[in-house]
Design a binder for this molecule. Structure first.
Ligand SMILES: *Cc1c(COP(=O)(O)O)cnc(C)c1O
Length: 482
């Protein structure tokens, strides 16, 4: 919570409304061991072993802390292949929170996208969105469609004071609909826009976007994977809703959309995926696909314990105590790092803090992957694993050249209720040191490049001996410290 005051009258930057109950030991290797680990991982933080990572800030997916109530619920799972009571309990909770009649379960967010895209995307149609997510775009394209991004230009500005950089540009939307009305499969709004820095969408923008789509008979979809962060920002940044509670805001959001889906690895703080909808015809198609790809329609590839944990996780997500910890940790990181001169995406969003690698590493040619190089350098000097969200995360152009991303970001995710403030202080210290020594960071090139979603499994190598030089400077400056 951030409305609790210190003696001096200022609010605490963050104050945890939970205590540590179960702990997991983590290791900080020395820098020589870290050099070996990142080399073996092909300079790709996705390929590091978790035992070699000190602070795992790769993602918030499937790694949020669970509550005691969630753990307890997992023990009362009603195990059954078909007709599990745990499923109907979760469906009822979803009805209460989101007001949608039906729940289609799937094993994670991308599995929901597979089912949605197989149901709704026809060849040569357009799927509209504020901004794409990697797996969403891949599923649209696998079904012969094309993703069209209609983000307001402000969203691409790394440094900004705009409170809602995830907003749809309504004029771009209107123009696109006027020209292509017959060829649109759906309009998808991604809450807490992942790839541009966890930036929220205003409720006003959601309402206007959906109104326009409804007028034109276009199906509207909410990707609610990062909804908790977006809800927090609507509550504290959108004046009109500041006196409503989180459940009330959630109900208004849900009412706008025909279909809601989410990765329960994020929303719900467990592991799984859910699609919510009212339309019986679409439901029937989706249920056929679920039985084919996921499992029976009352578990969809999830363990029954997981259904119980999502059920509690969703209810807990309707409280400010739960949803404020992530955004407050992120704001603490962004404020302190900005103060130290490090180029950050501003304003602070959800999901994690985002370093602007375009600027941080402006001495590295764009073709040598600024964000990828920075992510590898961060691990090397600190044991912190972040995620590249830049050119490596894009697919190549049809002619084989790199599609240079608009933004080169390294994301340091803050999974919900995981890190303490002293761990965040370590992050600030090491990143600030690296920024002062940034000219020692060099580029990367692929030595193994998968055709699809290459950022997951690709292996890269440094274009020069820069990593050895960085290790030497670290040892000189830190004198035997890890
Ligand atoms: C993580 C994520 C997904 C995919 O979910 P998975 O459970 O990882 O498959 C989809 N959309 C958004 C916005 C996400 O952040």
């Amino acid at each position: 919570m951030n409305n609790i005051k210190k003696t001096n009258g200022q609010n605490f930057e963050m104050l945890e409304m939970h205590k540590v109950k179960i702990i997991k030991k983590i290791n900080l290797l020395n820098i020589d061991e870290r050099l070996t680990a990142i080399t073996n991982a092909g300079n790709n933080t996705f390929l590091l072993h978790n035992k070699d990572i000190f602070l795992n800030m790769l993602t918030d997916s499937g790694v949020n802390a669970m509550s005691d109530a969630q753990q307890a619920a997992s023990m009362i799972a009603d195990d059954a292949y078909a007709g599990s009571e745990s499923f109907f309990k979760l469906e009822k909770t979803c009805q209460e929170i989101f007001g949608k009649k039906f729940l289609v379960p799937a094993h994670q967010g991308r599995a929901c996208e597979n089912i949605i895209c197989k149901t709704l995307v026809k060849a040569n149609t357009f799927a509209l969105t504020n901004h794409h997510f990697t797996t969403t775009k891949a599923h649209v394209e696998l079904n012969g469609g094309k993703m069209i991004e209609l983000l307001a230009n402000e969203g691409f500005k790394p440094e900004s004071t705009n409170p809602f950089k995830g907003n749809v540009d309504l004029k771009k939307l209107q123009d696109f609909i006027s020209k292509n009305k017959k060829n649109i499969s759906f309009m998808r709004i991604e809450a807490g826009t992942n790839l541009i820095g966890g930036q929220p969408v205003s409720l006003e923008n959601m309402i206007k976007t959906c109104e326009l789509c409804k007028k034109n008979n276009i199906i509207t979809i909410l990707d609610a994977s990062l909804l908790t962060d977006n809800l927090y920002f609507i509550k504290i940044r959108e004046n009109k809703y500041k006196n409503m509670n989180i459940s009330e805001i959630t109900k208004i959001i849900s009412k706008q959309f025909d279909i809601i889906y989410f990765s329960a690895r994020k929303l719900g703080s467990a592991r799984g995926g859910c699609i919510l909808l009212d339309d019986k015809k679409i439901l029937a198609t989706m249920q056929d696909l679920v039985t084919l790809y996921e499992g029976f329609i009352t578990y969809g590839g999830m363990s029954i314990s997981e259904l119980e944990m999502i059920n509690i996780g969703l209810q807990e997500a309707m409280t400010m105590e739960m949803i404020s910890h992530g955004p407050m940790s992120i704001k603490f990181l962004v404020d302190q790092l900005t103060k130290n001169g490090v180029p950050m995406i501003t304003p602070a969003g959800g999901l994690g803090c985002h370093l602007n690698a375009m600027k941080f590493c402006d001495h590295i040619p764009k073709e040598q992957y600024r964000a990828g190089s920075l992510a590898a350098a961060i691990y090397l000097i600190s044991g912190i694993a972040g995620m590249e969200r830049g050119t490596i995360s894009e697919e190549r152009n049809p002619d084989g050249t790199d599609h240079i991303a608009n933004m080169e970001l390294v994301r340091l995710a803050c999974p919900r209720r995981i890190f303490t403030k002293s761990q965040l202080e370590f992050v600030i210290d090491r990143i600030t040191w690296l920024y002062k020594n940034r000219k020692l960071i060099g580029g990367l090139k692929f030595k193994f490049e998968p055709k699809l979603l290459r950022f997951f499994l690709g292996k890269l190598e440094p274009t020069s001996k820069w990593q050895e030089k960085l290790v030497k400077k670290f040892k000189d400056d830190f004198k035997g410290s890890l």
